[in-house]
Design a protein around this ligand. Structure first.
Ligand code: LLP
Length: 442
């Protein structure tokens, strides 16, 4: 198996450093994945608590030269236990819905560390966030600003706001769906319009303009697009300051790329070196909203091989996990390392497709992948699945969403139970027939 050059000995490329083989069996820290499969079943999400907390420390260390809030992006992994540990490590949250607000607060993240983005906030969501007392709303249209003014006025409060600016930069993300910084995306407000809104502050007595925000995309491994976006918003900050509009923070968003196959992710220190001086000189606090780069490497999806078959010159390895558990390969062409849990030095290597049980040809976890040929019953671990794994899981084909385990202090802690069939139909009902139902069969 490939071992990463610059990583600690034994590190498996494309898996976090918390995962390694011990005596031929893959472990998360001291806990065997074979044992966890036996105890909790598969498919199973496994998160390395220490790995998550270490990443947050890395961010805090890199940005210690500036007033800093790490607003962890809940959409990457919103499990309550994960959010709780993220909060205890000093982070806040970047949310995009009332549901994420509820999750963050239920997990103990202080509301004054929460920022709320999203192009389609509703009145109940605004009300809930105002009542909670979040740090800032990241407003994405003039219509939203007007509505927020109305809602805040009705509640007799001022809403803290940062305008999410669309800086019109090209962000080189691996898939067009994860680019958000170009003018033709639905996100943010163009620079000229955003300046106009800040200047019209007197028209919004229940809005307090507190900061400015950009988020240019996801899985970006280069510093340059961030610097281009930074330059744009800093020049806005300076113009506004000249006109007497003082802002308190600059949010540079998230999107920091990770190495799915072991390649380097975004160089944090380099970003910090370039970003800190212009912020400190202006007395601005920095907010970052990383999601993937906090939890991605700290998670794997553990699956079991059900069957193997040959067809059309291909070898299919059919597992109990697929697009309903991990959508990324199918939806974005995302590439995830897949490794055997039990090392078999004598296994033949073959090129295979690893597919799930879902009734879609697009249901695959890997295509044309060279792998030690797994046997039915074998366990496989899908790497870098801590981000956008469980949060994008679905019940399609009436499949049960997997259990989630947090490995901490040498123990596997069940932090979400495997969904049960009863839960699948919870909330549904069958209306009783009336004369007008049009069915005469009974
Ligand atoms: N802030 C905002 C406003 C966002 O929209 C996002 C991600 C983030 C922060 C966090 O980005 P991160 O640091 O995790 O890259 N499902 C896709 C990724 C979608 C990202 C959406 N927004 C994937 O699996 O690649």
């Amino acid at each position: 198996m490939p071992v990463s050059a610059g990583s600690p000995p034994g590190t498996i490329q494309g898996l976090g450093s918390g995962f390694s083989w011990k005596d031929g069996i893959l472990h998360c820290r001291e806990v065997s994945l074979e044992g966890m499969a036996r105890e909790f079943g598969t498919p199973l999400y496994i998160y390395d608590s220490e790995g998550i907390q270490a990443r947050i420390r890395e961010f805090r260390t890199a940005f210690q030269g500036v007033g800093f809030l790490l607003a962890y992006s809940v959409k990457a992994n919103g499990n309550l236990a994960v959010l709780n540990r993220v909060g205890r490590a000093g982070a806040g949250a970047d949310i995009v819905s009332g549901g994420e607000l509820h999750r963050a607060i239920s997990a103990g993240i202080p509301p004054e560390r929460i920022v709320f983005a999203g192009v389609g906030k509703t009145v109940p969501e605004m009300e809930a966030a105002l009542e909670a007392g979040i740090y800032a709303f990241h407003v994405e249209s003039e219509g939203e600003l007007k509505l927020l003014e109305e809602v805040a006025s009705r509640h007799g409060v001022q809403a803290p706001v940062g305008i999410r600016v669309n800086p019109d930069v090209e962000s080189p993300t691996p898939h067009e769906y994860t680019r958000t910084g170009h003018a033709a995306s639905k996100f943010g407000i163009p620079v000229a319009k955003a300046l106009e809104l800040y200047r019209s502050a007197p028209d919004y007595p229940h809005i307090r303009f507190r900061g400015i925000d950009v988020h240019i995309g996801s899985q970006i491994v280069k510093v340059e697009p961030y610097l281009a976006a930074l330059e744009t918003v800093l020049s806005m900050v300076d113009r506004l300051a000249d006109e007497g509009v003082e802002l308190e923070y600059l949010d540079l968003g998230g999107g920091f790329g990770v190495g799915y196959s072991g390649e380097p992710g975004l160089p944090l220190e380099e970003l910090a070196t370039r970003v800190i001086p212009p912020l400190t000189s202006r007395g601005l606090k920095l907010i970052l909203e990383p999601g993937r780069s906090v939890v991605g490497h700290a998670g794997v999806l553990l699956i079991r091989v059900l069957y193997r078959k040959e067809s059309g010159g291909k070898t299919f390895v059919i597992t109990d996990g697929g697009m309903t558990e991990l959508l990324r390969p199918s939806h974005y062409g995302g590439w995830h390392r897949i490794v055997p849990v039990q090392l078999r030095p004598d296994a033949r290597h073959r090129t295979v497709d690893i597919v799930g049980p879902v009734c879609e040809s697009g249901d695959f976890l890997a295509r044309n992948r060279e792998l030690p040929l797994p046997e039915p019953g074998d366990l496989l671990a899908v790497g870098t699945a801590g981000a956008y794994g469980f949060t994008m899981a679905s019940n399609y084909n009436a499949r049960l969403r997997p259990a989630e385990i947090l490995v901490e202090g040498g123990a596997p802690l069940l932090v979400r139970h495997r969904e049960k069939v009863e839960e699948l139909i919870r909330g549904e009902s069958i209306p009783s027939y009336t004369r007008d139902s049009g069915d005469s069969a009974t």
